[in-house]
Design a protein around this ligand. Structure first.
Ligand SMILES: [Zn+2]
Length: 110
């Protein structure tokens, strides 16, 4: 999660997120001025940013994939003791996020 935020922070420095897309960015053309050397610098920086954007987008996609895997892996894991939830309990209630013993403890506390 932290890694994803870091990459996105880097990306917004020189590019804009494409509306309605996840992890797709467009490099914005820098505007330093109208002088010849300024224009040259704009083109040079734009080229650098383009390849940087490509690399960051790739990292972002990889990070998103890992996060997705992580989310899937956490399915069936108790959110309190982080042990696998009993299969019987999962069969009864697919969205269970706590195991029987933790659930029992919580219910007794309430
Ligand atoms: Zn538990």
């Amino acid at each position: 999660m932290e890694e994803k935020a870091k990459i996105e922070r880097e990306l917004v420095k020189f590019s804009k997120k494409k509306p309605g897309s996840e992890g797709d960015y467009d490099t914005t053309f820098p505007d330093y001025g109208d002088k010849e050397d300024e224009n040259a610098a704009e083109v040079a920086d734009y080229a650098v940013n383009l390849s940087l954007e490509e690399n960051l987008e790739k990292s972002l996609r990889d990070t998103n994939q890992s996060l997705k895997r992580l989310a899937e892996g956490e399915y069936g894991i108790c959110k309190y003791c982080h042990k696998p939830i009993e299969e019987k309990r999962l069969m009864a209630r697919l969205t269970s996020s706590s195991c029987m013993s933790c659930k029992k403890t919580i219910t007794q506390e309430v």
